[in-house]
Design a protein around this ligand. Sequence first.
Ligand code: FAD
Length: 293
Amino acid sequence: MNTASLFTAKKVIFSLEVFPPKKDTSVNVIYNTLLGLRGLPADFISVTYGAGGSPAQREKTCEIASLIRSNYHIEPVSHLTCVNSDREEIRQTLAKLKENGICNILALRGDKTPGVEPKTDFLHASDLARFIRETDPSFNLLGACYPEGHFESDSLEEDIGHLKLKIENGVSHLITQLFFDNNSFYHFLELARARGVNVPVEAGIMPIVKKSQIERTVSMCGASVPPKLATIISRYADNPSALMDAGIFYATEQIMDLLENGVQGIHLYTMNNVEVATRISRNIENIIAAKNA
Ligand code: FAD
């Protein structure tokens, strides 16, 4: 099923994101994660792709997406980056996805890997989207967007200009980078709509539930931390159970506000944490069901 068609069937969709294990020895972790997530009301589950990973590591994305489809009967979305790939490698990956019945691809550029010279066949995600569209138009394409602007762009306006190219090249559905301040999402959406970005946009939500997540997440994606979240973090940083409760509460409140303000979809960055994904899903499932009734 094409994820864009979900938006015609429902007012609000709900999706989850998982990542493949970094080490071969932890492969059971992802199986246990998927087992734990299978009862949740997800419209689709997306699987990340390690832009800088080894070929074997990158193949896991397709394997896991395939498992989600065949064993759990949930629609998978396979992420795919192009920064370290040439056309032939992408062609082979597309063939593998097709063979496994995966029809939704989140087309990304990926980040440059330190010490690795990026390949030059694809400079931007929009180039990858165009290539996939030309190679096999049966794939449904998703893309990433950035409520606070992508860190390489000079301005949000410039970034939205580039976003339009993705859509012109076939992207039918966007998922945002994580953000903690809903005002940045509303501001982004208003600008994007005014510039003609007219595809559905899902809000990417990452609950902050562990001390180790805080610096890494914020420094990696540059999301601004509102005072309310900063207070929660500093108050409970050394109390893991309280931080988990507070982080789940903050994310739930964020989602509630988005739902009340007409968001089309919530994409939960699960970080493969079944307990957190389950608690948040249970907090909001009846509200989403009521919106879709
Ligand atoms: P692009 O859309 O190519 O944008 C990158 C930069 O180039 C932006 O500043 C943009 O404004 C600019 N740009 C775009 N087009 C042009 C143009 N024609 N001319 C000039 N400048 C241009 N990374 C992974 O490695 N694996 C994953 O699985 C993964 N999943 C993600 C999922 C989501 C929902 C999000 C939001 C991000 C994800 N990322 C992932 C991170 C992503 O790869 C990085 O943020 C990367 O830096 C940008 O990728 P992009 O696809 O948005 O790139």
